[in-house]
Design a protein around this ligand. Structure first.
Ligand code: MN
Ligand code: MN
Length: 420
């Protein structure tokens, strides 16, 4: 992959550098194509003179999307619905204290089941006290954050989270997030509703601004005058001081009720990988080990250079992906004789509808780390290799026109990431 895209880049540059005089001198398109093929014998243009793009093009974006520029011959001419949206395309809502941006069904129409919000909070920066109608799952991508909530009994939960830790706030559970020293935090939120929007949450500030002051006075049992400085508009994200010790906050929030027996946080790296092979590893976290996470399941996958997240599908749920680092390509094989390959890099969202066959290949020279997210209490997948090796051999050989030795060489167990 690396090499191919590099060659293509060289090939396109070579074509442009021929200049108009050279083009005029060349005896039509055939000669021009021939020149390209000669310059770069390994380029795809060698076998097909139509694989040229002579008008001005967006080179860097084409390079990042080499499998859309020149799809593999196995892709269908009719397209599988777009399944990629880069967070780089999402507008940031910036505030003193941090920012947020989102990829929802409005940006990526296929992503009906899940939506993602990427957020940054400075040290002391607060995502204000709020709740929402969807469940919120999160992973810390950078730095550390203090999170607060109360459980269904009204008991408090306060915890500090660091890189790769998760949290989960069910719908209706009020919560906050605050960046800690030395440089705050950045994290990815995943909501169990593609239609979710960060602009449609229930904020403490908004709620106060929409209630008659005399009602607030009566509700809290305090004089109306003491509430005259309540914010008149939303805070959403705001800057304040970095909080003090965790223990002090926990004690103060617990009061006489005591702390919540539930944990809304999960330490991903405290568990060993669910599966580790030569090709990489996976950590699967669903409600069987993270009790609070009742409607979102995660697989965090690492694929080493040259490795492949093996061909598989998910019988129970759509897959929402976030590419944390590295480079990848994925082909999705859909019903109706369709297949489409797209390329992914850091910051991209991918999406695979329930039951559709797919793989994810590391196309870079560093580790690829990405998230597979599901709107489900449990993680489930089926491996193509495992299926073929647990079906009567004669039947499989008759389908694929392969011999017994080849079939025997296919892995019998699900490896998740190959090679085993
Ligand atoms: Mn929230
Ligand atoms: Mn998958």
């Amino acid at each position: 992959m690396e090499n191919e895209s590099t060659n293509e880049k060289v090939s396109r540059r070579g074509f442009l550098e021929l200049g108009s005089a050279a083009l005029a001198a060349a005896a039509g398109g055939l000669a021009v194509s021939g020149a390209i093929a000669q310059e770069n014998p390994s380029a795809k243009t060698q076998s097909d003179r139509s694989a040229t793009e002579p008008a001005p093009a967006n080179g860097p974006l084409n390079q990042q999307n080499a499998d859309s520029e020149w799809p593999p011959a196995t892709d269908s001419k009719s397209l599988v619905r777009n399944f990629k949206y880069p967070f780089s395309f999402a507008n940031k809502r910036a505030y003193e204290g941090g920012w947020s941006r989102e990829v929802t069904v409005r940006e990526l129409p296929v992503s009906k089941d899940l939506a993602g919000v990427n957020m940054r909070l400075t040290a002391g920066g607060v995502r204000e006290l709020h709740w929402h109608t969807a469940d919120e799952w999160a992973i810390v991508l950078y730095g550390s954050a203090r999170i607060t909530a109360i459980d269904r009994e009204g008991k408090s939960f306060v915890a500090d989270t660091k890189k790769n830790d998760l949290w989960y706030f069910p719908s209706g559970i009020p919560h906050s997030i605050q960046g800690l020293d030395p440089d705050g935090t950045e994290f990815m939120l995943v909501f169990d509703d593609g239609n979710f929007s960060e602009s449609e949450t229930l904020l403490l500030s908004d709620a106060m601004a929409h209630l008659p002051p005399e009602v607030l006075s009566k509700n809290f049992g305090v004089a109306e005058a003491t509430l005259r400085n309540l914010p008149k508009k939303e805070l959403f994200i705001f800057q304040t001081a970095v909080p003090g010790s965790l223990e002090a906050d926990q004690k103060a929030a617990a009061g006489a009720l005591g702390t919540s027996p539930e944990s809304f946080a999960f330490r991903t790296m405290d568990m060993p990988p669910t599966k580790r092979t030569k090709g990489g590893e996976v950590r699967i976290v669903d409600s069987s080990i993270f009790k609070a996470s009742t409607n979102v399941a995660m697989a965090m996958v690492t694929v080493h250079p040259g490795g492949l997240r093996e061909l598989h599908w998910h019988p129970n749920a759509d897959e929402w992906q976030y590419y944390i680092t590295g480079k990848a390509r994925m082909t999705v094989v859909a019903t109706g004789n369709l297949g489409r390959t797209m390329d992914f890099q850091t910051g991209d969202v991918g999406y695979v509808q329930k039951t559709l066959l797919h793989y994810i290949e590391n196309t870079g020279d560093t580790d690829l780390i990405f998230l597979e997210m599901f709107k489900s209490s449990f993680y489930q997948d089926l491996s193509l290799s495992q299926w073929l090796t647990h079906t009567p051999p004669e039947l499989v050989m008759a389908h694929l026109n392969i011999d017994k030795a080849t079939l025997d060489a296919i892995p019998k167990d699900e490896l998740v990431v190959v090679p085993g």
